[in-house]
Ligand binder design. Structure first.
Ligand code: PMP
Length: 430
């Protein structure tokens, strides 16, 4: 059966007239793979229902948040209930303390958490806090890591920025860019060299502890541990951007799975249960520098919004009381990995599959994909053919090689088998 998307194309045509590029976030536009984006009408469990009447198996999960599947009942109910009491107050509510308390109990090495409205805000605020705490200006980030679209991070950024060929965005001033120092992912010597050339100037190192914005990239043994030691030796903070990995890999995120301790952690995606939420967290000594008790300013009219907090609390509560979800998701991801591996290996083409927990990516290259440079060696023509081939079979993969798959727990083994068979079919016809 071949799925078609005429109504999506018509909707996109109209959208382009009124919305820049037709979308409110660039990767949605399918530029990396060509063709028109798919319009969604509703979603339930593992499935997207498109404007064309197609039911697709979803491997994006809204880019991560829908870890338990779409329209997860306890989250929906919590939001509906909260909505009836008013949608925003701009005053403190008890639920903000409840979610903060739960986050602190689930994640290691943090005493307090501040809620914001996106992952971008969380990372931007984390870096400001690191600068305020250390009294230093410079930060180290890794090529191909994405920490949102705030100015300091649009230097060799991954995800949509690189998909669209603008890893360094116009509009970021030279003054801002000079304080962001770059290292290749998985290259500890490069980080060491930057530290040695910038003595007492580095406020923090910010990293995706498992990178998901250049495909899925796994930190090599000793890499995160080595950065931790360098940060300690130089009086700098280590910031884990857990916007993707937080509450996805384990209750304590990548801090738990890697055993490496971060000084500041940022969250997004899962923490909001699909509503616009981000958060940053740290130990008390660091958080004390934040307004209103400290001098580092950070605020938000809608921060801690009651709908968003209700969704997040229901989501985290479910994950915390059903910790087997993390193992079940990792098993499903491993099953998919093995199935796609077998399907591709029979074809004799070059590819790599990277996987960590419930994140994975397929790269059409003969080189191990360990950093941005190796991710960029992927053959995009094969990627496009694979993406569109699967879309025609009713399977929705991330529309760029610089993105990770996010599995959700509503996916059944039958869905995974369909995806594996579709892969065999698609590559069999090349
Ligand atoms: N950090 C990481 C690791 C991300 O993947 C993203 C978004 N994909 C962000 C930060 C920014 O989050 P948001 O899109 O919610 O601003």
């Amino acid at each position: 059966m071949s799925f078609t998307y005429q109504r999506s194309s018509a909707l996109f045509k109209e959208a382009q007239q009124y919305i820049p590029g037709g979308v409110n976030s660039p990767v949605r536009a399918f530029n990396a793979v060509g063709g028109d984006p798919v319009y969604v009408e509703k979603a339930k469990g593992a499935y997207l229902h498109t404007a064309d009447g197609n039911q697709l198996i979803d491997y994006i999960a809204s880019w991560g948040p829908m870890i338990l599947g779409h329209a997860f009942e306890p989250v929906v109910e919590a939001v509906v209930k909260a909505t009836k009491n008013g949608t925003s107050y701009g005053m403190p509510t008890e639920i903000e303390t409840q979610i903060a308390k739960l986050v602190v109990s689930m994640a290691p090495n943090i005493d307090q958490v501040r809620m914001v409205n996106s992952g971008t805000e969380a990372c931007m605020s984390a870096v400001r806090l690191a600068r305020g705490f250390t009294g230093r200006d410079k930060i180290i980030k890794f090529a191909g890591c994405y920490h949102g679209h705030s100015d300091s991070f649009l230097i060799q950024a991954g995800s949509g920025a690189v998909t669209f060929g603008s890893p360094n965005s116009p509009g970021v001033t030279a003054g801002t860019a000079k304080d962001t120092l770059l290292a290749p992912y998985n290259n500890l010597d490069a980080v060491k060299e930057i530290f040695e050339k910038n003595i007492e100037q580095i406020a923090c190192v910010i990293i995706e502890p498992i990178a998901g914005n250049m495909g899925c990239i796994i930190p090599q043994d000793g890499f995160l541990e080595g950065i931790r030691e360098l940060c300690d030796a130089h009086g700098s903070l280590f910031v884990f951007d857990e916007v993707m990995t937080g509450f996805r890999l384990a209750p304590g995120g990548a801090q738990e799975t890697t055993g490496v301790k971060a000084d500041i952690v940022t969250y997004g995606k899962v923490i909001g249960g699909g509503l616009p939420v981000g958060a940053f967290a740290a130990r008390q000594e660091i958080m004390n520098h934040l307004a209103p008790i400290g001098p580092v300013y950070q605020a938000g009219t809608l921060s801690g919004n009651p709908l968003a907090m209700s969704a997040g609390l229901a989501m985290l509560h479910h994950l915390n009381s059903n910790k087997e979800v993390f193992t079940s998701l990792a098993k499903k991801t491993e099953y998919l990995h093995k199935g796609i591996d077998e399907a591709l290996s029979s074809k004799g083409i070059d590819y790599q599959i990277n996987r960590y927990g419930s994140m994975m990516s397929v790269h059409f290259t003969d080189k191990p994909v360990v950093d941005f440079q190796s991710a960029a060696t992927g053959n995009n023509d094969w990627f496009k053919k694979y993406f569109h081939g699967l879309l025609e079979h009713g399977i929705y993969l991330p529309p760029s090689a610089f993105e990770s798959y996010f599995l959700n727990d509503a996916l059944s083994y039958a869905d995974l088998d369909k995806t594996i068979h579709a892969t065999s079919d698609v590559v069999g016809s090349w």
